[in-house]
Design a protein around this ligand. Structure first.
Ligand code: SF4
Ligand code: SF4
Length: 57
């Protein structure tokens, strides 16, 4: 399981700076999480101003 960034993302980059394992990179118009790297810590969700990162069930 990994977090996923929804289309609500406004590409501010805050989550990428806070991710402890550098799983977040800038994608096409929004940021993306590499599910192979994500350790499910939730920091990106806590950091995001628009609540775009969601736990992917
Ligand atoms: Fe990075 Fe944690 Fe967000 Fe996964 S849940 S992308 S490890 S900040
Ligand atoms: Fe997108 Fe939220 Fe990350 Fe900013 S903090 S890049 S809005 S997911």
């Amino acid at each position: 399981m990994a977090y996923k960034i929804s289309d609500d993302c406004v590409a501010c980059g805050a989550c990428a700076e806070e991710c402890p394992v550098q799983a977040i990179t800038e994608g096409d118009g929004k940021y993306e999480i590499d599910p192979e790297k994500c350790i499910d810590c939730g920091t990106c969700a806590d950091t995001c101003p628009v609540g775009a990162p969601k736990a992917d069930a």
